[in-house]
Design a protein. Structure first.
Length: 161
């Protein structure tokens, strides 16, 4: 199989990988770049566990050809890290019991980050719509929605998304 060189920014760090032609972004992130934060769920675009931001837009990494991120900015849930400090979304998820098994959390966090970047003051319905592409089998969604709304208030207070 032919290998294709791909250069992109991963969580703010310039990254270069050689990927099999036709490989999806999820495989390249996990196997090529060593970023394990996006999860392999259904591998069909139905669960949202692999959600990432590409140039600020929410995408499913399992359905995105790796070659299409050439020269682009890719952000995963690992980008929320800030040393020992939790991002307001992470903090709200922990304090609001929005992460039970945690499998859906990376995708939920990225969907929430995309929403709050474009709409820092969402309604409950807008949050529910923003995470509708993500499946959670543990929480019943209410703790997740509440956590995102809580984080939105904190982030507005800080002036950051």
């Amino acid at each position: 199989m032919t290998k294709t060189p791909i250069q992109f920014s991963l969580n703010g760090t310039e990254t270069g990988v050689f990927a099999d032609t036709g490989a999806n972004l999820l495989d390249v992130l996990r196997r090529g770049a060593g970023d394990l934060s996006a999860k392999q769920g259904c591998a069909q675009g139905g669960c949202g566990a692999c959600s990432v931001l590409i140039d600020g837009e929410l995408h499913l990494a399992c359905l995105t050809l790796a070659e299409t991120v050439e020269g682009k900015q890719v952000q995963t849930a690992a980008d929320l890290e800030d040393g020992p400090d939790l991002h307001p979304l992470q903090k709200a998820f922990v304090e609001g019991f929005a992460a039970q098994c945690g499998f859906c959390s990376p995708g939920m966090l990225m969907a929430a980050k995309a929403l709050l970047r474009s709409n820092p003051n969402p309604t409950r319905d807008q949050v529910a719509d923003a995470i509708s592409g993500n499946i959670c089998r543990c929480t019943g969604y209410e703790p997740i929605i509440n956590a995102i709304l809580t984080a939105a208030v904190e982030m507005r207070g800080r002036g950051a998304a």
